[in-house]
Design a protein around this ligand. Sequence first.
Ligand code: NAI
Length: 222
Amino acid sequence: MGFLIDRRLQRVEKEISQAVIARLPRYFRYLGELKDQGRERISSRELSRLMHVTASQIRQDLNNFGGFGQQGYGYNVEYLYAEIGKILGLDKTHHLIIIGAGNLGQALANYMNFERRGFIFTGIFDINRELHGKKIRGIRVRPMEEMQRFVRENNIDIAVLTIPKDGAEAAAQKLTEAGIKAIWNFAHMDLDVPEYVQVENVHLSDSLIKLSYMINQYENGK
Ligand code: NAI
């Protein structure tokens, strides 16, 4: 049965649009909160009010996964949360390291909530000798020279890159050689890595600029 569901999800995943995939983490987050509150089920209308998207959008999105909802009952929160989690690969644990123990690297290391989603902060590395040995959430900052061995020996699949762009390409190359599967890239540059290394670029400034655009749009439309 589980096998059949997995096969169905694999097939469905290939067909659903990137736009729907991009919305899944948000559904996952809201459903996680509802689950934590002990909610058993929710209607598309109530979910729509919570998430500020239309109920029809929710029904359309979730229908992509074989219609998890039931007429007159709504969605089973725990089931939907688990199924979306599977699609997002969050039913597995990921071990991550941070490259760059500066402001941003330390802030991310100190944010405990990633662990609740199965992302385990395992190591942090920096070229600055003064930082070596300093403990961040109980984990000591190590020199970059130890990074490749650490990745191989500790089953690390994700690296978070929080260093200036000058060193980013070389760091990405070393991570690739060590067998990293994915890079969460905060450095302000596009990384040139093989296709089997997944990269998610994060630019907080893009989001801030978008906000400025939204202010403009709103004020011009008044
Ligand atoms: P920071 O200067 O506090 O920390 C950078 C750390 O990286 C330092 O500890 C430094 O020793 C280390 N480092 C430098 N080169 C390295 C290398 N090749 N290997 C390992 N460690 C290395 O800077 P902060 O504020 O933490 O920002 C880090 C980077 O992230 C900056 O380049 C900044 O532009 C970028 N950034 C990106 C954001 C985004 O949204 N994408 C937001 C904020 C910062």
